[in-house]
Write a protein that binds this ligand. Sequence first.
Ligand code: ADP
Length: 326
Amino acid sequence: MAGINCIGILTSGGDAPGMNAAIRAVTRSAIFGGFKVKGIYRGYRGLITGEIQEFKTQNVSNIIQAGGTILKTARCKEFQTPEGRQLAYETLKKEEIDALVVIGGDGSLTGARIFATEFNFPIVGLPGTIDNDLYGTDKTIGYDTDINTIMECVDKIRDTATSHERLFFIEVMGRDAGFLALNGAIATGAEAAIIPEISTEVDQLAELIQSGFRKSKNSSIVLVAESPITGGAMALAERVKNEYPQYDVRVTILGHLQRGGSPTAVDRILASRMGAAAVDALLEDQRNVMIGIRNDEIVYVPFSKAIKNDKPINRELLNTLRRLSI
Ligand code: ADP
């Protein structure tokens, strides 16, 4: 922890429920450890514009249960340029911030990695993304809340799908990762999940139809991961209309509904443990690492591993879905 007196925190990129619990945990653990804490607003943009405020313990009171992020979040193009990052570095010097905790997804941690290397600046990352697509941690902050939201929504759609005997394609988020679609399908008893990880291997839609998936059912729900690889729910529905006109098909895109809401207990605990671990990591002179939890244990994952490696989908889950949806 050589020379660290003040820790800055920011949330960046796509928001995720549980980010507030993480902000609270970092702030409180840091103050507990004798550090000063500064909150940086609007992600990397706040580092360039200087939107920064000192955080005391009461600044993070009563936020553990709130969705979104009190620090706001943003996407900042300027930080992707060397000039923008130079400005960010100058702000950090001026504010006397000696280390950063960055809470965000793949893009935010990529930015953190580049900045940390360029300026030899200590940064610890927390995986804050509903997508669960960061390698090295079993779960990311926000994923559990999102999957519970998906479950509630799909249960409601199931009622109307059954009444009208329709085939529904329900699009969920996940960028290029099928975790939400696959686990959401298992949790809701959906007939199938169409995910990018196996789109290149098989024509999932044709396989689904050919398996006679409607033989014993009067309605069907298929969860689709939003991704150019799957084509998304709209494109799949169009294909069904053209190739299998006998099906009465509908589409629901859950969209930003999935980002909101009070975090589940799982996400609050995950964020609290990871936030505290981020401060421990800085105390141990760790830098350029993302905090993960694997098999219920805190692990430090080098940025290079967390970002670059694709997190593989668990094939056992795919098989389970297939077996349970007959
Ligand atoms: P997420 O963190 O949710 O994946 P984004 O991909 O939008 O979200 O990234 C968030 C922000 O991280 C970007 O707006 C940018 O400021 C920063 N960032 C992303 N990629 C890079 C990069 N290659 N170099 C520098 N900054 C980056």
